[in-house]
Design a protein around this ligand. Structure first.
Ligand code: ZN
Length: 256
C-alpha cells in the first residue's frame, strides 16, 4: 500500500497561476471571473460596493447568470471545506445551487436587481397632513453573520412636492432590506430612497426587528429586539409633528 508521502509525490509541484511571457517576465494569469470583472468596473468608477450597496448599474447583460454560476462553485467549495460529502449526501447535493439563487435573487436581491419602478405624481392638491403606513414586513440579514433580521417598519410622511402610492413604500422597503445590513444603516438608506422619490416635507421611519445573530447564536437572547428610528424635515424640526407621527404609528401597532 503506497504511503501518504508517495501519494503526495504524484502531484506535480507546479507554480499555479503564473506563466512566462515573450519578454521573459512572469505575470499572474488569474482567470478573469465575472466577479473580478464587476469589481474592476466598480473600482474604475470609484463606486462603493459595500454589503448594503446596490450594484445593479454595474452589471452587464447576462452577468447575473454567470455570477450565479460562480457563486454556486464557491458555495460548493465552502460546503466541501466544512467536510460535508456533497457528492454522496442527497440533502446537500444541490445546496450550492439553492444558496446561490437565494442570495442573488431573493434575500440579497436588493444588491443585484435594480430599484422597482415607482411612479410618483405631483402633489396637485397640496396635501400636507401626516399619514403613516405600516407595519411593513422587514426581511433582511445582518452583515456580520449573514443570518436573518426579521421585523417590521412604519413609515410616516408629510407630503411635499410629489406623492407615491401606499404599496410603493413596501416595495422600496423590501428592495432596500434585501441586502446584508446593520439596522442603524438600513433605516437611513431607506429614508434616503424615499426622500429621493417623493421629497416629503417630513419623513419618519421606525424599525423594530429581531436579530438571529442574538437569538440563534452569541448571547442567545430569544426575545431581544432592536428598535430605531429616523426623523427628517418637519418631523425633526417641529416637536408636535414628531409627536403626531409617533402617536399615529402607536395606533397602528402596539409598539415601543
Ligand atoms: Zn450579526
Amino acid at each position: 500500500m503506497p504511503s501518504l508521502e508517495a501519494d503526495f509525490d504524484v502531484v506535480p509541484h507546479l507554480p499555479l497561476s503564473v506563466t512566462g511571457t515573450a519578454d521573459g517576465a512572469t505575470r499572474p494569469t488569474t482567470p478573469s471571473t465575472t466577479s473580478d470583472r464587476i469589481r474592476q468596473r466598480l473600482q474604475a468608477a470609484r463606486a462603493s460596493f459595500l454589503a448594503n450597496d446596490n450594484i445593479a448599474a454595474y452589471l452587464e447583460e447576462g452577468e447575473l447568470e454567470t455570477l450565479q454560476e460562480e457563486v454556486v462553485e464557491q458555495v460548493r467549495g465552502l460546503l466541501k471545506t466544512l467536510v460535508i460529502d456533497v457528492d454522496n449526501d442527497h440533502n446537500t447535493a444541490e445546496t450550492a445551487e439553492r444558496v446561490a439563487k437565494m442570495y442573488l435573487h431573493e434575500v440579497f436581491k436588493g444588491r443585484y436587481h435594480p430599484q422597482p419602478k415607482v411612479a410618483s405624481f405631483p402633489n396637485v392638491r397640496e396635501l400636507d397632513e401626516i399619514y403613516t403606513v405600516g407595519p411593513i414586513t422587514v426581511r433582511s440579514a445582518c452583515s456580520h453573520h449573514l443570518v436573518p433580521i426579521l421585523g417590521h417598519c412604519w413609515i410616516g410622511i408629510q407630503p411635499g412636492e410629489r406623492v407615491i402610492g401606499l404599496s410603493k413604500f413596501s416595495r422600496i422597503a423590501d428592495w432596500v432590506f434585501s441586502r446584508p445590513h446593520i439596522q442603524e444603516e438600513a433605516v437611513i438608506i431607506l429614508a434616503d430612497e424615499i426622500e429621493t422619490l417623493c421629497k416629503p416635507r417630513g419623513l419618519g421611519i421606525v424599525l423594530k426587528a429581531q436579530h438571529y445573530c442574538m437569538k440563534w447564536r452569541g448571547v442567545k437572547e430569544p426575545q431581544a429586539s432592536m428598535v430605531n428610528s429616523v426623523v427628517r424635515g418637519s418631523f425633526r424640526s417641529n416637536a408636535s409633528m414628531k409627536k403626531e407621527f409617533f402617536d399615529l404609528i402607536r395606533q397602528q401597532e402596539s409598539l415601543l
